[in-house]
Design a protein. Structure first.
Length: 70
């Protein structure tokens, strides 16, 4: 039963990573397409938080290998 639980946990983690990656891509597209939008700052903040969550799940002890441009 523990193996089944581990498999489910790994599967959930993969789905979460996929959803976060898709969210980052959508936010980046929105930001590029509408860089003059009043929501730009909100999208940027959301993108930063999403990237942080994604990297924490991928490598909890590592650092973000892609420095963010500001």
């Amino acid at each position: 039963m523990a193996d089944g639980a581990s498999w489910i946990e790994a599967s959930e983690r993969e789905r979460t990573l996929d959803r976060l990656e898709a969210r980052m891509e959508a936010l980046q597209l929105s930001m590029r397409a509408r860089c003059t939008s009043p929501r730009f700052a909100l999208w940027l903040h959301d993108l930063r938080e999403t990237r942080e969550t994604w990297f924490q799940l991928v490598d909890p002890d590592g650092q973000d290998p892609i420095p963010e441009r500001t």
